[in-house]
Write a protein that binds this ligand. Structure first.
Ligand SMILES: Nc1ncnc2c1ncn2[C@@H]1O[C@H](COP(=O)(O)OP(=O)(O)OP(=O)(O)O)[C@@H](O)[C@H]1O
Ligand SMILES: [Mg+2]
Length: 289
């Protein structure tokens, strides 16, 4: 594992290089983050997506972000990664402001986005920090392929592997630079139910091995309760207009240590609470014909 003993200095802009990056988990701090998108058409109305989003995530914590479709989950993740910037409020990683598309964070999406002409090993290699010495990079890629159980597929191309394998390759690529924060946008959303369960366990193995803070988006309440320390529900406040901007409506601390029992009855009330927060009725009345 590539690691370095240096910690980024506080309150100065931090531009990581291969030698300063490490796999140590970093805190994420959001304070009053707001984001409005300009109107799509002339004379149209700007779209306020996020307002007053404040959240402290401890180093090494796993946080699930859930919310209705269009509630701003991906937008929030983009603010944390530096792929987009808030109109107001601040985002700190490890106590210091974001630097561009911040190299201390890594993002993986619902679709694996692998380059079809490159082998799996070469795709993972793309995630390494610039300037990584060749031998060191090769060892890191081999280590990550082993972690995601793809050693045997290293020389295959994306079209020769399954969807679950492609998603594992995408995770390995995200981990290649040893991110302090791993941001996952519905990482298992495109996978079948069975593969999804295996991937959830793999994510826990990754968390144990790589010590990153994880913020992930999911629509799956069960997945959130199985993986996360806390579940954050994003949505528009009750009684407010849809374009008033999403806020954090509730934060649920999931009791019990991981790995959790999937059939744990004590989580049932949290499941109901989250589903109701998502506007899903948990008591579907029977049809009367
Ligand atoms: N770059 C952009 N320009 C304009 N509007 C945008 C932009 N990005 C997102 N939006 C709008 O912001 C809102 C929230 O989008 P976002 O993708 O964050 O939702 P989401 O919660 O991730 O939804 P889903 O669960 O369907 O992925 C949507 O109405 C979307 O159209
Ligand atoms: Mg989204």
């Amino acid at each position: 594992m590539i690691s370095a003993s240096r910690t980024p200095p506080h309150n100065v802009l931090f531009m990581p290089t291969a030698s300063t990056l490490d796999t140590r988990a970093l805190a994420v701090s959001l304070e009053d983050v707001a984001r409005t998108f300009p109107a799509a058409t002339r004379g149209g109305i700007p779209r306020r997506v996020l307002r007053d989003v404040s959240l402290e995530i401890a180093p090494g914590e796993i946080v699930a972000l859930i919310g209705a479709s269009g509630s701003g989950k991906s937008t929030l993740l983009r603010q944390v990664s530096g792929l987009d910037h808030p109109d107001s409020g601040s985002v700190l990683i490890g106590g210091t402001p974001l630097v561009g598309v911040d190299q201390r964070c890594a993002v993986a999406f619902q679709e694996p986005r692998l380059l079809p002409w490159r082998t799996i090993a070469h795709n993972v290699e793309l995630g390494l920090p610039h300037g990584t010495p060749r031998a060191e990079g090769k060892a890191r890629v081999a280590e990550l392929l082993e972690l995601v159980q793809l050693s045997d597929a290293a020389e295959l191309r994306p079209r020769q592997i399954s969807g679950g394998m492609a998603q594992r390759a995408s995770l390995a690529r995200a981990l290649a630079r040893g991110p302090g924060v791993l941001l996952l946008d519905e990482p298992f959303g495109a996978l079948d139910a069975l593969t999804r369960l295996t991937m959830q366990d793999l994510l826990l193995d990754i968390h144990a091995a790589e010590a990153a803070t994880i913020l992930f988006v999911t629509h799956d309440v069960e997945e959130a309760l199985y993986l996360a320390d806390r579940v954050v529900l994003l949505g528009v406040e009750q009684g407010y207009k849809p374009d008033s901007g999403a806020v954090i409506r509730s934060v649920i601390t999931v009791p019990g240590k991981r790995p959790r029992d999937r059939s744990d009855a004590s989580l049932a009330h949290l499941r109901v609470q989250l589903l109701e927060g998502l506007g899903v009725s948990t008591h579907h009345p029977p049809h009367t014909f």
